[in-house]
Design a binder for this molecule. Structure first.
Ligand SMILES: *Cc1c(COP(=O)(O)O)cnc(C)c1O
Length: 447
């Protein structure tokens, strides 16, 4: 373990104790999300450092779906990052966080004409997913008033079809992926070359090979395919028509320990070795990392409501289940997470490990965040910490059993162990929950 990851664990330990001590979590609010401000800043710094290259304009955007929380986007914006958005809602969050248009990229596979019009009017970069979308953009470009400002960057997303990783649902570069123009399909590359030749304003190329479970060499192969294609487009155009390559995100996260492996530096090293031309100054680079920036900087902290036993198996019934750890509960083999057993004061528990289940509050039998896990035996009033949950967990709530979205707090830990919290999101109230569920609307009447 290096010093940085060690510090991450130390800050987290202080924050878990302080969250209990300061009453952020307890009987009234039995589950909360915690985010490490220092950790997020360090992740952003590591990303900038890994890709920084003299003479190359690099724009790092954050994939908003990984932590759709305005104060987090604001912090990342302060760290010099932009936003990759994939819906009108995500665009609204990025704008609310003050992310400038020139650092925003719109990537959804299902953009409506209205969304495209808005993005172009705002000056946001758009990556078209398919030929039909490009035709819609053609019409919007043609309809732009004469003398209107230069069109924002527009790119085309290609699927290099280099294959999948260990998690099918996260693999976007399979032969039949729903994303982008399938580059190896018959006639596809010819079509792409023609599409660029016919549209002098088409100046970016986008690919995103996948997320968790995709190895570095496969990610690099996807970027390589996009780079090679850009070179062919530019050769045909006789100019640097594609001036920016958007290489997507997808750096996998290590969910087994606090170590950051692979790191942004590891990935950048592979890219520099495999695709030196990407860094020689002819192309701007856009990245769209999500999970790798936030995962290790977040923790779900939940109270153990009851400790019981069934069929000889101890079971801790906690307040963190499928509503916050949806993927882990439904696809546990692909999304295992580490669980820390904490005592009633938020301190790590000692004691002999006992094989037990850590269950959530949802009313279905599979609502388990850890099954048959050896941990110090959990008891009523203890806490559990679900580690590496800063990305995709508490920002993508699953409203099963009308369980409220928990509060999220950001922490800054001083060297002396003192911890300061700042609110990131308040817990959803009962009134909000009822209103969201049609509570203000008239009751349905019988036929
Ligand atoms: C989800 C997504 C990302 C971010 O993926 P991570 O695995 O969180 O880094 C980036 N780009 C696109 C197009 C995506 O869909």
């Amino acid at each position: 373990m290096d010093v940085m990851t060690d510090e991450l664990g130390i800050r987290r330990g202080h924050a878990l104790r302080a969250a209990v001590e300061q009453g952020l979590v307890g009987e009234a609010e039995p589950v909360v999300g915690l985010l490490d401000v220092t950790g997020i800043e360090r992740s952003a710094t590591a990303l900038h450092a890994a890709f920084a290259t003299p003479g190359v304009a690099v724009t790092h955007t954050f994939a908003v779906k990984a932590a759709s929380l305005v104060p987090v986007l604001g912090l990342l914006g302060e760290c010099g990052l932009g936003a990759e958005v994939a819906s009108p809602g995500e665009l609204a969050l990025a704008r609310a966080a003050g992310i400038p248009a020139e650092r925003t990229v719109l990537d959804s596979p299902a953009k409506t004409v209205a969304e495209l019009r808005e993005a172009l009017a705002l000056g946001i970069a758009v990556n078209a997913d398919n030929p039909q979308e490009l035709t819609r953009i053609d019409a919007l470009v043609a309809a732009a008033p004469a003398g209107s400002p230069v069109a924002p960057p527009v790119g085309l997303r290609v699927n290099p079809q280099v294959g999948g990783g260990t998690i099918g649902a996260m693999s976007t570069a399979t032969a039949t992926s729903k994303f982008g123009v399938a580059l190896r399909d018959p006639g596809a590359e010819e079509w792409v070359l023609r599409a660029y030749a016919e549209r002098p304003w088409l100046n970016r190329l986008h690919t995103h090979t996948g997320s968790q479970g995709v190895p570095l060499d496969l990610m690099a192969a996807g970027v390589r395919a996009a780079y090679d294609l850009a070179e062919r487009i530019n050769a045909a155009a006789g100019r640097q028509q594609v001036d920016t390559l958007d290489i997507g995100g997808g750096l996998p996260v290590n969910f087994r320990s606090d170590d950051v492996t692979p790191s942004f530096a590891d990935y950048a090293r592979v890219l520099r070795a495999e695709i030196p031309g990407l860094f020689d100054g002819r192309y701007g680079i856009v990245t769209e990392f999500g999970r790798s920036l936030l995962a290790k900087n977040g923790t779900v902290l939940a109270r153990v409501e009851y400790a019981k036993s069934a069929g000889g198996r101890p079971i801790a019934v906690t307040h963190a289940g499928a509503q916050v750890a949806t993927r882990t509960v439904f696809v546990p083999e692909a999304w295992p997470i580490r669980v820390l057993a904490l005592d009633g004061k938020g301190r790590e528990k000692g004691g002999e490990p006992v094989v037990q289940d850590v269950a959530g509050p949802c009313c279905f039998a599979g609502d388990l965040v850890a099954q048959g896990r050896a941990l110090p035996l959990l008891d009523e009033g203890d806490y559990v910490a679900l580690l590496d949950t800063g990305a995709y967990y508490f920002s993508n709530h699953f409203a099963y059993n009308s369980l409220p979205r928990p509060a999220v707090h950001a922490y800054t830990a001083g060297a002396d162990g003192s911890v300061t919290f700042a609110p990131v999101r308040t817990a959803q109230s009962q009134d909000e929950l009822v209103a969201e569920s049609g509570g203000g609307l008239p009751a349905l009447r019988r036929g």
